[in-house]
Design a binder for this molecule. Structure first.
Ligand code: PLP
Length: 389
């Protein structure tokens, strides 16, 4: 079996209609802060079934804004999983809060609700669960704990656009949920992100934070000098998404359902292919009635298999496997500034040693997937010497 080019673990799917949508904006009077931005927010809010969506120039900015909007700052603690992209924990650090990690649950690959309560202190303000790989985390248990301790839930749903809980789109169950539109995510705006919420005050704070802390609504200003007048009432940033990007997002959103269905088909095919192989552990299936969005396909190797060898074997064959993630608490910055270190979160650390993410994206061809499956199997069942590549 041969393939023509490198197969990444994820990539965008851009078609002519996406390109046309962007060109339309480029020819218009607005390339930022125009009608496409508002329309994109409206459509994402509708899709996810929430009242408000506030778009940002990245998922990271969206997370930062959500933590800020929650009123979290120095002296506060934010609880999350170490098995996530750095941005989840960094967002807490940006505001001066302390990131507190809770180990993962090997049955969901998400934060372990059993361990959550032990990590709560009088300084805890929010729980930031991550829907790892697109698996909709069991939010009802987390909600129950959050209510008892008066904590906010800010769901990092960067992997989970299109996932559902009992038919309800992910994004409805937390105080705020964030999405990312990075090219490897379900839909892309190049770079971009969004915060979803039903709370009008949070929405207001998010919008202000996105644009320099500026207020233009006369009813909320201290003074009013005339039609040009605005007030800066807090310190914000320029975290805006352009209309060029929003137009791409609107065009991509039309295809989200088919994208997610394709990801599910790919995951199902991997699941079947690896079902009988004892060295390989396929990712957890969602609870009955839930829908997994499969941003990633994380395959776990049995203990004793050399992950680096498997990784290199596949990379040599132009298969762009990745590892998600190096546990955040093991990063030098987190060790140095927060005193974390090896052994703190054993489930996450063991997972890290054994995980490998396989290619999954809309547009991955069946023969490419067969090629991946063939070589993954060869790499673990000792056919290495007989396989030419
Ligand atoms: C992609 C991602 C983000 C946001 O990343 P951006 O690249 O800034 O959009 C946040 N959290 C997780 C878990 C992610 O995978």
């Amino acid at each position: 079996m041969e393939i023509d080019s490198f197969i990444p673990y994820g990539r965008q799917n851009i078609e002519q209609d996406d390109i046309d949508a962007v060109i339309e904006v480029l020819r218009s009077a607005w390339i930022t802060q125009g009608p496409w931005g508002e329309e994109f927010e409206k459509q994402v809010a509708t899709y996810c079934g929430v009242s408000y969506a506030v778009a940002f120039n990245s998922g990271t900015s969206a997370l930062h804004a959500a933590i800020y909007a929650a009123g979290i700052g120095p002296g506060d603690e934010v609880i999350t999983s170490p098995v996530t992209f750095l941005a989840t924990a960094n967002a807490a650090v940006y505001t001066g809060a302390r990131p507190v990690f809770v180990d993962m649950d090997i049955n969901s690959y998400c934060i372990d609700p059993q361990l959550l309560e032990a990590a709560i202190t009088p300084r805890s303000r929010a729980i930031v669960p991550v829907d790892y790989a697109g698996y909709p985390v069991d939010i009802s248990v987390i909600k129950e704990i959050a209510r008892r301790h008066n904590l906010l839930i800010i769901e990092d749903a960067a992997h989970a656009l299109g996932a559902r809980r009992q038919g309800r789109a992910v994004g409805q169950d937390a105080d705020m949920s964030i999405l990312s539109f990075h090219p490897v995510k379900h839909i892309t705006t190049g770079e971009g992100g969004i915060v979803l919420t039903d709370n009008p005050e949070l929405q207001e704070r998010l919008r202000q934070f996105r644009s320099h802390g500026i207020v233009r609504d006369a009813s909320r200003m201290m003074e009013n000098h005339g039609p040009w007048y605005y007030e800066m009432q807090s310190l914000g940033y320029n975290f805006r998404l352009s209309d060029i990007q929003s137009a791409l997002g609107i065009s991509q959103l039309k295809k989200l359902e088919t994208f997610v269905e394709e990801r599910q088909r790919i995951a199902c095919y991997y699941d079947q292919a690896f079902a009988g192989i004892k060295q390989l552990h396929t990712p957890p299936r969602p609870a009955a009635g839930d829908r997994h969005a499969y941003h990633l396909y994380p395959l776990l190797l049995s203990p004793g298999i050399d992950r680096q060898e498997v990784f290199s074997y596949l990379r040599e064959r132009k298969i762009g496997v990745q590892v998600h993630y190096i546990p955040v608490h093991l990063q030098p910055y987190y060790r140095k500034n927060y005193g974390y270190g090896p052994g703190d979160f054993p489930v996450a650390e063991d997972f890290y040693r054994r995980e490998i993410s396989l290619p999954i994206f809309p547009g991955l061809k069946r023969e490419e997937q067969d090629y991946v499956i063939h070589h993954v199997c060869s790499s673990v069942v000792g056919h290495r010497k007989t396989e030419g590549g």
